[in-house]
Ligand binder design. Sequence first.
Ligand SMILES: [Zn+2]
Length: 179
Amino acid sequence: MNYYQLFDYKRPPVGRAIPPGILKRRYHDALLKYHPDKLALQPPGQPMPSIDEIKLAYQVLRNTKAREAYDKQLLLHSQRPANGAMTGLDTFHIGEEVIDLDDMVFNQPSSVWTRGCRCGEPHGFQVTEKLLDTATEEGCSEVVVGCIGCSLWIRVGFVVEIDAETAEAASTLIQLSVS
Ligand SMILES: [Zn+2]
């Protein structure tokens, strides 16, 4: 199952734009479909992506550059013989390396977290507060960032510290969006 199949695309819309609103709706649909409470309803033998995988897929597909890299890999895989076909989400190599936001260097006053890349770019990976905010709004605790100097990608996990009031508002929002 690739990320597009995860979001119920029969055919990957490779090279075609996906309107953000539509992607978001499909993301929410996938979250519902593969919610742990609903897994019993799935036919046996069906792939069961985890919620984390769905969130990661969304982070990749909504990011133009990450999606480009993903599409490239998807095409490579589809050109392989049948025995080399994609069998799971784990065949995707974007962001294989997961690091913690705490392991990045926080730069003031630009409020950007950076990390050196093995290509030699000292601030190759950059995570902005805005990126974190957007991911948080989508209920994600991970972002995907590409190096500015090469084609490497990493996944950055972060912990969101929110007060009770915000948490309540957030859960209301989620309930609204899934109903
Ligand atoms: Zn690099």
